[in-house]
Design a protein around this ligand. Sequence first.
Ligand code: ME8
Length: 472
Amino acid sequence: MEKPFYITTAIDYTNAPPHIGHAYEKILGDVMARDRRARGREVVYLIGVDQHGQKVQQSAARAGVRPEVFAQDVTAKFLDLWKRLDIAYDRWAETTAPQHTECVRAILNQLHQKGKIYKARHGGYYSVRQEQFLTEKDRGADGSFSPDWGEVVFLEEENYYFRLTEFKDWLVGFLEAHRESVLPAFRWTELRNAVERLTGDLCISRPKSRLAWGIELPFDPEFVTYVWFDALINYISFAGYTSHPVDFERLWPADYQVIGKDILAPAHGIYWLIMLRALDFPDERMPRLLVHGYINLRGDKISKSAGNTVDPAELVGKYGAEALRYYLMREAVTGQDMEFSEDRLVARHNSDLANGLGNLLNRTLGMAKRYRQGVLKKPADSPLAAPAAEAVSRHRAAFDRCEPHAALEAAAAFVAHCNGFIEESAPWKLAKDPAQAERLDAVSMAWPNRSASSPRSMRPRSHRLRSRSVSN
Ligand code: ME8
């Protein structure tokens, strides 16, 4: 039996409410999941939130509440947005859930017992924002650390380390033999280069004196687990790795792990793949990483720390979920950055959905009612059958390449073809001539059988949208 299509996205930090970059990623995963479901495949789509770590602890402290309260509060905002955006996920990951924390602790114990985790003292410069020690290579030409690292402090402390470097040769060999494991191809190259630069092991603990908001190490209660080591495990903990091994065997590996370009290297492409390898996952059970670009605003990445966020919930309120989903999927080329523009959102909706698809449905339904009292005969030979079949096959091929924008382009081209067909065949003239009755049956069936349907989320609104300025 074919394994379920298992697709995941990054789990979002609960240090601030969601922005449109988060929305884009979850919509991308959602349309991929819906495509496979529509083709009859069993799908498991996992999304969730990353609730531990320094960023959440700091935001909670600023707000004057406990981290768990703060994390739950922001989690509720993410859940609310996914509902408004009609994200049809099957499983929800919260890293404070016992199913997850128990799995993380079991994995830590296993790796500790296997000698893959050791304790050592280290002194160095530490980026509070990125929650990592920096090396000499992270200094700029003038010797200073780039502002991208945020606040940098000198720290000396004992910690636990995961033997990343022991697996470097394996990772190189794996990537060379499996170029398909990172999409698009140029991201594979980027990861391959980053692996070349891998020189140190990964610090996977934080002393509780500095950071208390995390999963306690099972073998040393003075420490909590580094947030990335904790968070990455969600992809297997919520697939049942320790809680439902039979379920896990069916699901894993993930067919696609959808992530942004900032968390390919080192997080997913190095830490995660090596963590799996250290847990004895063979090469054929490694996941495939699908790396998307950024949604930018006036050329800059939209981010919580940059403070230039666009609130997706506000956009849904103004334009509806379908308009926003369609715009992002139609205009973002998977892997590339995209400039967000509210005017483009409105223009896309009006041209493709209202004028194109909406108009076609309206005319077709109107004709069916007016000329045939709503009862249609299936024509023996529809002139639209061949273009419909072609649109469906282009649509499928595009989804197989993880390119929803190209799939929607195929659907929109077919809609335009159908509208052209109606113009040309002028059913309003045929209706006046009884000799043309059979031809009118065929034309009234302009919208052919369901195999040519576009994604479920593309329900057109009957009205046109007008742009209003959005505060951002
Ligand atoms: O990185 N455009 O969380 P996060 C497109 N918790 N995507 C964007 C974006 C933008 N402007 N800004 C962020 C984390 N993203 C970790 C992940 S996974 C085990 C742990 C994407 O909330 C980003 O690339 O900072 C990432 O894939 C996701 O949103 C979550 O970002």
